[in-house]
Design a protein around this ligand. Structure first.
Ligand code: NAD
Ligand code: ZN
Length: 361
């Protein structure tokens, strides 16, 4: 039998609303197994936030680990956390709870999977390599845009590549969407991560993989982004709630299609220069008028309206080796190019063309 269509797993449980985070203890209680702790992976931006920490309610031998987001998650970091958990606890954890942005959400998914799958996280970078169901995992976003809370991947930088753990076991078992948790996000970061969502929609809606499933989610998220970033009609509270749902829909849209040119090129920047995903996408997208003319124009309007600085000239001092590596990484993401440019993508996106684009950035 040729299985033409993917049978796609979705997050089975989600709670939404301002203050819904306070229901976490009652969500977790029935999932607690005797002597088996819950492990909380929390963005270290909350380390000194007493008000937030008081709402966590750790019990018994539950463990809280703060995660730095100075760098995006790495396979090695996952391996270390998993090893430490295995050393410290006799019992497999009752659950892993990731609280933070895309970085922490991806890290927590990966930790959950590596607790039940042997070897290193780098062994599972790719599509459908994960064999066993992970430990129960809960995702709680504190910044909106990546769609990592809903997606089937956990993006990691490994020794050889930046590539996700894409599998049916990756999506969260439970997601808590509390827009109030995004209150402290700095403005630039709000914009960069928000644009990740906008760009997910643009790349999905303009891709050759588009279908009615992806389109229905993508259009909703796209319209929400326009409302959030181009009008001044919304209260802060409405804007936070809508961006959280835009992120969700954007993630759902790419689940059944793919991203495109901006993401492929942004992965190259990230691998070679360590550029973060959100800002990297903005750096790239700013120069993609040839591929997404209407939406690059909208993007520039949004940048102007919110007075955001997009870094310039990031590629001007690359060594030849770095440039070659960047091009290799970008071109390795075959499904993204197929989606963006169709079957003939290799004739369109040559190494020289990519180099010329990078040199503009
Ligand atoms: P991030 O997680 O690195 O967070 C960005 C910054 O915002 C950090 O400095 C963080 O400390 C801060 N922050 C988060 N919440 C905050 C709050 N409430 N108050 C104040 N500061 C806060 O960035 P991101 O853009 O959310 O995620 C990027 C990561 O997500 C990358 O690693 C990327 O690969 C990944 N990603 C994953 C998917 C997926 O489907 N799995 C999709 C897109 C991106
Ligand atoms: Zn993205």
């Amino acid at each position: 039998v040729n299985n033409k269509y993917r049978n796609f797993p979705m997050v089975p449980k989600v709670i939404f609303g301002s203050g819904s985070f306070d229901q976490l203890p009652s969500i977790l209680a029935p999932k607690r197994k005797d002597k088996a702790p819950f492990i909380y992976l929390v963005d270290d931006v909350f380390k000194k936030n007493e008000e937030f920490l008081n709402r966590l309610h750790l019990r018994f031998n539950d463990k809280l680990l703060f995660v730095s987001t100075m760098e995006e998650p790495k396979t090695e970091q996952v391996d270390t956390i998993v090893k430490n958990i295995k050393n410290e606890f006799t019992y497999q954890p009752s659950g892993i709870i990731g609280i933070g942005g895309g970085s922490v959400l991806d890290l927590a998914k990966a930790v959950s999977l590596l607790l039940t799958n042997k070897g290193s996280a780098s062994d599972y970078q790719g599509w459908d390599l994960v064999k066993n169901k992970g430990v129960y995992h809960v995702g709680i976003p504190t910044i909106s845009g990546t769609g990592a809370e809903v997606s089937r991947t956990a993006i990691l930088t490994g020794p050889e590549k930046k590539l996700g753990l894409n599998s049916d076991f990756t999506p969260y078992d439970q997601v808590v969407l509390d827009p109030d948790l995004t209150k402290g996000v700095p403005k630039d970061q709000w914009f960069y991560t928000g644009m990740d969502c906008f760009i997910h929609c643009v790349e999905s809606l303009n891709g050759t993989f588009l279908n009615a499933f992806s389109e229905s989610y993508g259009e909703k998220a796209y319209d929400l982004c326009k409302e959030i970033f181009l009008t001044e009609n919304l209260t802060d509270e409405e804007s936070r709630a809508k961006l959280m749902m835009a992120s969700w829909h954007g993630g759902m849209s790419i689940a059944y299609s793919q991203v495109g040119v901006a993401h492929a090129m942004s992965y190259g920047l990230s691998y070679v220069l360590g550029t973060k995903h959100g800002v990297g996408n903005c750096i790239v997208f700013d120069h993609l008028e040839e591929y997404y003319p209407k939406d690059v124009a909208l993007f520039k309007e949004m940048v102007k309206l919110h007075d955001i600085t997009i870094p310039q000239d990031v590629c001007s001092n690359l060594t030849e080796d770095q440039m070659e590596k960047m091009i290799d990484i970008a071109l390795s993401l075959v499904p993204l190019w197929e989606n963006a440019l169709g079957d003939d993508w290799e004739a369109i996106m040559t190494r020289d063309k990519l180099r010329a684009l990078y040199l503009k950035m």
